[in-house]
Design a protein around this ligand. Structure first.
Ligand code: ADP
Ligand code: MG
Ligand code: MG
Length: 906
């Protein structure tokens, strides 16, 4: 019989797949002997069965009963019994943390009778006379949460009723409400449930629990949760576990409270105690920003013993998990209870700092440090930041919740954020505080600004998770969402549409757009800021150490795609070990366009064609000399002209109009007429599948060989001048070995001739791109004629799927993502199953023919973390990506090597 339920004493932290992160870590803490309220976890398997069949697995009810009995025995109380009731929370918790995306219901087990029992029980513990109030407050919270999450009642109804009572009392603070007020509120809430949900609030405690469990299962497929998963690339089929946890109460008076804490600063990575605490409150009050929290350090004055115990536990947890942990806790009348822990989310900068701190503290080694950071985080550190020297008007300062520099038009609700950003505007989402319904707007915005809540508020946690700039808790700002404006203390009023800038690294908020400068990490990669220089901060030092460890560990070489000497030079500074793709098409633009027109108009006129080519040759040669020189002897792969020729010609409509106008005036222009004819002739319905790449080289006499000659002569010249030139001539869009053979033979002739004539030591290879399925499938033959392969995964993805990228991405990709056909665009991350399989076949069969065959990739996937891991696994020699992605690829190549070594030794 499948086991669907685990007691907290039965699980451990490695069972996240089954118990979810929350459940696995509650079990781990229980087994470490930490004070965790007893409870049990229903597995994610049970959720998956429920989602598939629309009902709970038949064994579940029985198993839950069994574990509930055991819990009741341990607590010596019965769920919801009239006197001294056991109350529980029903908490969602998936493998990956999804803050606030799914549901949790507290105080399950309260009903009209047990609420009295709860009051009596609380009274016994302490006679502050507030027990009645506490019990009714807990009961109204249950009906509110249950009504909202289980019965689907719009939460505003409850909020309004609560506001009405407060208004009648003339207060804003929920602590001013008496037991009598709250009892009245319970009645109003019950009426709301009856009216809105069409049923009464269930009095049977077990029914409450079962319905809540089901609601948690279903919350996995709520819109918010789905959107979050898409954003975070969390698979849709994992399901969530459900934790049943006996209640402890932070709302029993001023000697009680609840809080969240981090073992290091999740924003900067600095060591120390970080967190927020709220007296006389229950769990979600802290994150919801209902009342203002105090910094965790203040707990030392409020309750020194609990503070000491908590900091002790935090140190213990950090040692145990060997990483930054975040924690939820509650203090019930001076007794500390741990309610949650997990390895905490952190900013990119914090991740790098913490990884090297932990190495220095002896908790982890360099391999693990490299694996603790990601290419995506490194990319974030390379974003520009605000120029400190710019004159900018700071209007407020909040907390630096998630770093980055963002400017945009102020918007005050998510709907507008989404709408404006769809029409291409940059926006900053400004809210008093955010809640899970704001997720869409947060994704759409450049940055997020709130006037309430700390570093653990919803806005801060979610923004950090998304790597989005966020300033939170800028309390001096008066945010008026209804009137769509905010007012700064100096009287400045920001209306919707006004531009503001937020600095997530410092917490500053500016009026208007602030100019940006390169980040210190980019300065470091550029070689303008040495890691040992006194100006380098600990972040630059951390990046330097991680990159050094990475380069020692990776097997893949990393090259860059670079078409100009400037790009080539930057690529080298960023650590590229060669150029994997030097495109030659831009070399035909500008004033050289005229020469292409001449080439095309030449038709059968051989002399005319040779003349045009003859003029192009020296220009191309100079282009290559500059690039080879910049690369100083590192290999450079030059791709012969790839795009359809007509791309270099004038627009057909424009030209037609010109010809027609001229004709009407009786001024026939012979050249334009012939050009128009040629453009007409070359017009293609599917240019990407038309006359391009090697096909062009085979049809337009002399074009490719002019390029080969320019490459060879440039290399010879560089060699003659005392340099080294290693060139790899790459033929695009080959589908059959015969195409390559013709070009290869001609090119070899040109190369030999130039080498002989100049006597220069030119090292050259001739190879091909693999970007058509036929090329991949006949790679064994193609390798007979190719000394290297470079996978052009952009085209290979287009041709494997039959997608025209420019057409499909806007048209239906979002529907495909929504419907789970793929989790991420195959143009972003290599589709391992399809396109990847072709890469694998070509790799194996190519190497069978020619063991020394050099293999690389030059599509955009070369800089995508997940794809880099694939290319490592499949055994390529190098990846090539844009210069700015080179550090990312270096890091990810190392992580791939470390991870595959780890899984080999397993
Ligand atoms: P989330 O995943 O959104 O954080 P949780 O399941 O952690 O949801 O619960 C929400 C809040 O309720 C948290 O602050 C948590 O500490 C609190 N909470 C959950 N279970 C209990 C319990 N048994 N006793 C007291 N507070 C609880
Ligand atoms: Mg929680
Ligand atoms: Mg291509």
């Amino acid at each position: 019989m499948p086991k669907f339920v685990y007691d907290f004493t039965e699980g451990n932290k490695d069972l996240k797949d089954l118990l979810g992160g929350k459940g696995a870590n509650l079990a781990e803490m229980t087994n470490l002997g930490l004070p965790v309220p007893p409870g049990f976890t229903i597995t994610a398997d049970a959720c998956r069965v429920y989602l598939e069949h629309g009902q709970e697995p038949p064994e579940l009810r029985e198993q839950v009963s069994q574990y509930l009995d055991a819990l009741e025995a341990k607590m010596d109380k019965k769920l919801g019994q009239a006197d001294g009731p056991l109350l529980v929370s029903v908490r969602s918790g998936a493998k990956f943390s999804m803050p606030g995306m799914m549901d949790t219901v507290l105080n399950i087990g309260l009903n009209d009778e047990s609420v009295l029992g709860l009051a009596a029980q609380a009274d016994g513990a302490d006679s502050d006379g507030k027990a009645d109030r506490f019990a009714w407050d807990s009961y109204r919270r249950l009906i509110q949460m249950f009504g909202k999450t289980v019965l689907g009642v719009d939460g505003e109804h409850f909020d309004e009723a609560l506001e009405d009572v407060k208004k009648a009392k003339g207060t804003h603070n929920d602590l001013d409400l008496t037991a009598e007020d709250l009892r009245g509120l319970v009645e109003s809430f019950k009426t709301i449930v009856e009216k809105e949900a069409g049923r009464t609030f269930p009095q049977d405690p077990r029914e409450q629990m079962d319905l809540a469990i089901r609601a948690v299962f279903e919350s996995w497929n709520g819109e918010r949760a789905k959107l979050y998963r898409r954003q975070e690339r969390i698979p849709n089929d994992l399901g969530t576990a459900v934790n049943i946890c006996s209640m402890v109460f932070g709302n029993l008076g001023m000697d009680s409270g609840t809080g969240v804490a981090f073992t290091r600063d999740p924003a900067s990575g600095q060591t120390g105690v970080y967190g927020d605490y709220l007296q006389n409150a229950q769990g979600e009050d802290v994150v919801a920003g209902i009342r203002n929290t105090v910094p965790l350090q203040d707990l030392e004055n409020i309750d020194a013993a609990s503070y000491a115990e908590l900091t002790d536990i935090m140190a213990k947890l950090e040692h145990h998990y060997r990483d930054l942990c975040d924690i939820e806790f509650t203090i019930e009348r001076g007794k500390l209870w741990m309610l949650q822990t997990r390895v905490g989310k952190r900013t990119a900068a914090a991740a790098f700092r913490i990884a090297v701190q932990l190495v220095d503290e002896g908790l982890i080694g360099p391999d693990e440090a490299v694996d603790r950071v990601t290419g995506a985080q490194l990319a974030q550190l390379m974003f520009p930041r605000f120029d400190e020297n710019a004159k900018a008007e700071m209007i407020a300062k909040g907390m630096n919740a998630s770093p980055g520099a963002a400017s945009g038009k102020a918007v005050f609700d998510s709907y507008t954020a989404v709408k404006w950003s769809r029409s291409g505007e940059k926006v900053i989402l400004i809210r008093r505080e955010t809640n899970p319904d704001d997720l869409n707007g947060m994704i759409a915005a450049q940055g997020i600004l709130t006037s309430r809540g700390g570093k653990t508020s919803h806005a801060a946690v979610v923004a950090r998770g998304m790597g989005k700039t966020c300033v939170c808790g800028a309390e001096s700002l008066d945010v008026d969402t209804k009137r769509r404006r905010m007012t700064a203390p100096n009287g400045v009023v920001v209306e919707e549409g006004d531009v503001v800038s937020v600095d997530g690294t410092s917490g500053a908020v500016y009026l208007g757009e602030v100019p940006v400068v390169a980040s210190p990490v980019v300065e470091y990669f550029e070689g303008r800021l040495g890691a040992d220089s006194p100006k380098a901060d600990d972040l630059v030092k951390a990046v330097h150490r991680i990159m050094t460890w990475s380069d020692e560990r990776r097997r893949l070489y990393v090259r860059a795609n670079a078409d100009t000497p400037e790009d080539a030079a930057r690529a080298r500074r960023f650590g590229a070990q060669g150029i994997g793709l030097c495109r030659t098409e831009h070399m035909f633009l500008g004033e050289r366009r005229a020469l292409i027109e001449r080439l095309i108009l030449a038709g059968d006129d051989d002399d005319e064609r040779q003349a045009a080519l003859g003029e192009l040759l020296p220009m191309q040669r100079d282009d290559f000399i500059a690039i080879f020189t910049a690369m100083g002897g590192l290999p450079v792969t030059v791709r012969l002209l790839d795009p359809p020729l007509h791309e270099f010609l004038p627009d057909i409509t424009e030209l037609s109009v010109r010809v027609a106008v001229a004709e009407a005036k009786g001024e026939q222009n012979e050249g334009d007429l012939r050009l128009l004819q040629a453009v007409h002739k070359m017009h293609e319905a599917n240019p990407m599948l038309g006359l391009r790449g090697v096909r062009l080289g085979l049809v337009v006499d002399g074009l490719f060989m002019m390029q080969v000659r320019a490459i060879a002569e440039a290399a010879a010249q560089v060699a003659k001048a005392g340099g080294v030139a290693r060139v790899e001539i790459m033929v695009p869009l080959v589908g059959a070995v015969q195409e390559l053979e013709i070009i290869r033979d001609e090119a070899q002739q040109v190369l030999d001739e130039v080498k002989e004539r100049t006597g220069a030591d030119v090292r050259s290879l001739i190879g091909t791109m693999i970007e058509l399925p036929r090329a991949a499938l006949t790679a064994g033959q193609i390798a007979e004629a190719a000394q290297f392969f470079s996978f052009g995964t952009n085209d290979l993805t287009q041709t494997t799927w039959g997608f025209s990228r420019d057409d499909v991405e806007g048209a239906f990709f979002s529907a495909y993502l929504d419907r789970g056909i793929f989790g991420v665009s195959p143009f972003e991350t290599l589709d391992r199953e399809g396109v990847g399989r072709l890469v694998q076949i070509a790799t194996e069969e190519g190497r069978k023919t020619r063991p020394e065959l050099k293999l690389g990739v030059c599509g955009e996937h070369g800089g995508d973390p997940d794809s880099v891991h694939f290319f490592h696994e499949v055994g390529l020699d190098y990846v090539s990506c844009s210069p700015f992605r080179v550090p990312v690829a270096r890091l990810e190549a190392a992580r791939a090597a470390i991870e595959s070594a780890a899984s080999d030794s397993r």
